[in-house]
Write a protein that binds this ligand. Sequence first.
Ligand SMILES: Cc1cc2nc3c(=O)[nH]c(=O)nc-3n(C[C@H](O)[C@H](O)[C@H](O)COP(=O)(O)OP(=O)(O)OC[C@H]3O[C@@H](n4cnc5c(N)ncnc54)[C@H](O)[C@@H]3O)c2cc1C
Length: 448
Amino acid sequence: MERSNVLIVGGSAAGVTAAVTARRFHPDAKITLLRKEEKVLIPCGIPYIYGTVGTPEKNLIPDAVLEKSGVEWVVDEVLSIDREATSVTTAGGGTYGYDRLILTTGSIPLIPPLPGADLENVFPIWKDVGFLQGMLDTLRDAHDVVVIGGGFIGVEFADECAKMGGLTVKVIEMLPHCLFLACDEPVCARAEAALQENGIELLMDRRAKAIVGNGKVTAVELLDGEKLEADVVILGIGVAPNVSLAQEAGLDVDVRAGIAVDDFMRTSDPSIFAAGDCAGRRCYFTGRPSPLRLASVACTEARIAAANLDTLRRRNPGAIGVFSTRVGNLALGSAGMTEKAAREAGLEVVTGEATAPDKHPGCMPETSDLAVKLVFQRENRVIVGGQVHGGASTGELVNFIGALIQQRATADEIATFQVGTHPALTASPIAYQIVNAAENALGEMTRS
Ligand SMILES: Cc1cc2nc3c(=O)[nH]c(=O)nc-3n(C[C@H](O)[C@H](O)[C@H](O)COP(=O)(O)OP(=O)(O)OC[C@H]3O[C@@H](n4cnc5c(N)ncnc54)[C@H](O)[C@@H]3O)c2cc1C
């Protein structure tokens, strides 16, 4: 039996990051990664296969990342863990021993309990090259696409399908707005306008009742009786943690929340860690279980797990939830709590907003207006959330807001933090949106 100091199951965002991080802390260790698939997709790039990149083959995590870190990898599915023998067995008949095991088995798409969900040309998003290529081939011959779910996955698929041309695209969402769990209403409304400008029809506050067809899908029936023609249905309603391996090994698992882990990413077995979509997580703000499933969170957890294999070096502060996306020409993103979520959680909050061109003067080439909204807790002026929409710098500004949240920055600190600005690259120092949004919130706090 081959034995590794560190054995990792799963080769996507969390698995690769865990392997590379483990190498940094353990230069001489034997590190092995076992993964089911020959080629691993960049999970967040999956929607962009359809209208932008053109093929799953151009959306792969390069194996060079593992090679450079001296990580061995084997393409094989792990079928069981023998915790007493500290080894795993694989579908290919192999047995691999470990000193430390990191489970990064990820998530699987949720299939709604709707009649007809198993019809041909109804596509949950499996992270599998062959499956996604089949979906691409089907879409190329299709006319009417219905996307069920208006979260970021549904919205990105709708936008990419519209870019393919020749398709009518409709999105069904049961909440009042697209992206409503991640953004406050005005930002959702901007995203919806951008989708509609691209010809996408939005059916908000509506529910699918059944997927209809005879072998192949032909329509989606809504609860109010309306029938939408469809020769392709895309399911974007979320994912469930892939916990069967951990569960069968007798680890503490909650099938909905994930594999139970402590703040150091240790499972109920001290030799076994878990990270990424398969692991349970708690919300940074409330400490309650968090349903967030993001690659960025997965990679952070993997960095924590892999640093703690022999000594506890890093602690998980909980998931803040930083995300961004793009619909049409509008980039938008959100970090931490929306104003709505903060109020629902019982926080008294004050918000500040600022909009300005993202370059200066505003007549510089490729300038867009960029709007920032920050959410602060009134009692201590600490930032708990922020949303940005506008041009391409949105993604990094949202990340920056995420860092401010993690550092528990106050409105006064943000209003006086030092920025570098340049006409071709940023807003002007006078109009710098994050600073001015904090100033505006401070004004509101002083007035009320
Ligand atoms: C369409 C789409 C778009 C997304 N966009 C974004 C985005 O823009 N930003 C963002 O932050 N997040 C995004 N996400 C979420 C992100 O994809 C996930 O959070 C991320 O993939 C989690 O990574 P992971 O490594 O934990 O799990 P996964 O990516 O699910 O990978 C799990 C891996 O484990 C392997 N595996 C499982 N069981 C076994 C076994 N028994 N033996 C061997 N191998 C096994 C799997 O084959 C796979 O390689 C998106 C998700 C989807 C579906």
